[in-house]
Design a protein around this ligand. Structure first.
Ligand code: T6T
Length: 320
């Protein structure tokens, strides 16, 4: 009798406690072909294996809300227990994700957030996801500016190569970069940000166009994988290796190759496998009646040509 009462009480307290066999989770990345999300999925699958559950990986081929929303709608139609998603826009994904919540599907966001990223606090339109698991992107942007400022001896002109406004991660990296520059390197001029729509070729052409206007260009911060890869390729095509410092966010093998040739000076590796692992673990914890933290911060590893071969560093190079 006591057990029955306890079971009824726990169900009414936690609402959606699920039996292990019924749990299904879908991971929706920003895009499927990016080494960052491929590595995130490895972490998610490691968690799935540890828990004995199935986690599907379903996403679009470009980092774009217009493509991601139909994928999300198709995932919602399958009625999984939870969706672990990297939303590609802070506002455009709020309503589609609310539809999931209204149908009893738990939402956890990984890497990027919706609204202001402060969840479960009763404030704002998009506070309904259970948790946000990600790098501290403002801190990452500050790390990039600190390295750039020191490499340039506090002088020169630089710019941020970025994707498009409205993406929480890359917006916050740019914000952190500019704050650090203002506070610590006021003599460095930060030129207008160049937006590349997540296309490395566009980022490469933009490097050359900025250089044509600003022949003394001294540095570029590539705020994500494709921005950094493209900016470094642009430096290569302009024959400016050694003259322009490139600080890269993200660490796929292509960026590691550029570190080795000297085209990239430093790469800030996120820990996407950790993000995927804790994304699934958090969804599972919630589905099985545990309370979960609204924010889980994951780490960074700074990679340079000097440390890239050390096993403790090399393990954070993304998988393709
Ligand atoms: O930098 C990552 C991710 O953190 C960001 O939200 C989007 O771009 C990447 O996937 C790299 O391409």
């Amino acid at each position: 009798m006591k057990k029955l009462i306890a079971a009824i009480l726990s169900l009414s307290m936690y609402g959606s406690v699920q039996a292990q066999d019924d749990i299904s989770i879908v991971l929706v990345p920003g895009l499927t072909t990016d080494a960052f999300y491929i590595t995130m999925n490895k972490g998610a699958q490691a968690a799935a294996e540890a828990l004995g559950i199935k986690v599907d990986f379903q996403g679009a081929e470009d980092f774009n809300p217009t493509l991601q929303i139909p994928v999300l709608d198709a995932v919602i139609a399958r009625q999984p227990s939870a969706i672990v998603i990297a939303p590609t826009d802070t506002t455009q994904l709020i309503e589609p994700l609310r539809r999931a919540t209204e149908q009893g599907i738990a939402v956890v966001t990984v890497d990027t957030f919706i609204d202001d990223g402060a969840y479960q606090n009763g404030a704002g339109d998009g506070d309904f996801p259970m948790s946000y698991i990600a790098s501290d992107n403002v801190a990452g942007g500050r790390m990039a500016a600190a390295a750039m400022g020191e490499a340039l001896g506090g002088k020169g002109a630089v710019y941020v190569s970025n994707v498009r406004p409205g993406i929480s991660t890359t917006d916050q990296r740019e914000e952190g970069f500019k704050l650090e520059m203002q506070e610590r390197f006021p003599d460095i001029s930060v030129l207008d940000t160049q937006y590349n729509e997540n296309d490395a070729s566009t980022a490469a052409s933009q490097l050359q166009a900025v250089l044509a206007r600003e022949p003394n260009l001294a540095g570029v911060f590539g705020a994500n994988l494709f921005s950094a890869l493209g900016a470094a390729n642009g430096v290569d095509s302009a024959d400016k290796l050694g003259d322009i410092t490139v600080i890269a966010f993200d660490a796929p093998q292509s960026i590691v190759d550029q570190l080795k040739t000297g085209l990239v000076d430093m790469a800030i590796a996120q820990h996407p496998a950790e993000i995927g692992y804790y994304g699934v673990m958090t969804a599972y914890a919630h589905l099985t009646g545990q309370s979960v933290p609204p924010l889980i911060g994951t780490g960074f590893t700074v990679i340079t040509a000097d440390n890239v071969d050390e096993p403790e560093v090399a393990r954070f190079i993304y998988s393709d």
